[in-house]
Design a protein around this ligand. Structure first.
Ligand SMILES: [Zn+2]
Ligand SMILES: [Zn+2]
Length: 203
């Protein structure tokens, strides 16, 4: 991905479509960059802790460079639109909590309805396109406080992702991270073999 691409473009290209959730993530990522005085992450200078796996998280990955693969995107499955972004260099972190009614406007509800349909009539396609325009305007021009509550929080960001040794599973022979093996009577098993054959171990 081109680093000179505008943040919004980065997010849309990465996510594949434009939707209210993605735009909320764009607002968070841009606010965090400005507040923390940081650019896009190269080598885990930034860390994002996300408490949802919604569309917004893709904007955070694309714009901030906090990604699942790099290990500086930490997912807590709490079902909350809460995002904490921290900078190791600045020892600073900021927490964002989406206002419960931020996406409650009728246009958002209608957009979600259309989004969930498997096929759209040509009228609905046109309606959806218009809604995207309206939603874009609403989210991108809203004051930040209309969308999120935010505050600086104590910097308690985990250490950089560690690289662990890979060993072969005693059953399937596939490589598995040493910290994830389960020691059994059949030897050191990967989690999938343990899940599949674990029950037979005492037979
Ligand atoms: Zn989306
Ligand atoms: Zn295995």
């Amino acid at each position: 991905m081109c680093k000179d691409m505008p943040p919004l473009e980065l997010a849309i290209q990465f996510h594949g479509h434009i939707c209210p959730g993605l735009l909320m993530g764009v607002r968070v990522a841009e606010f965090a960059q400005e507040y923390l005085g940081v650019g896009r992450d190269y080598d885990e200078e930034l860390v994002a802790i996300v408490e949802t796996d919604s569309c917004a998280v893709d904007a955070i990955q694309a714009i901030l460079g906090c990604t699942f693969g790099k290990g500086n995107l930490i997912f807590k499955d709490y079902g909350k639109s809460v995002f904490t972004i921290g900078s190791r260099e600045k020892s600073k972190a900021v927490r964002f909590s989406q206002n419960i009614d931020a996406l409650a406007k009728p246009q958002f509800k209608r957009f979600r309805e259309l989004n969930q349909k498997t096929s759209l009539s040509s009228d609905e396609v046109a309606e959806k396109e218009n809604l995207v325009g309206e939603l874009f305007e609403k989210i991108m021009t809203a004051s930040f406080e209309e969308l999120f509550k935010w505050r600086e929080v104590p910097y308690e960001i985990p250490a950089k992702a560690r690289i662990h040794k890979t060993i072969p599973c005693a059953l399937c022979g596939e490589g598995v991270m040493e910290t994830r093996v389960i020691i059994s009577e059949r030897g050191k098993l990967c989690p999938s073999c343990q899940a599949e054959f674990g029950g037979e171990l005492n037979v």
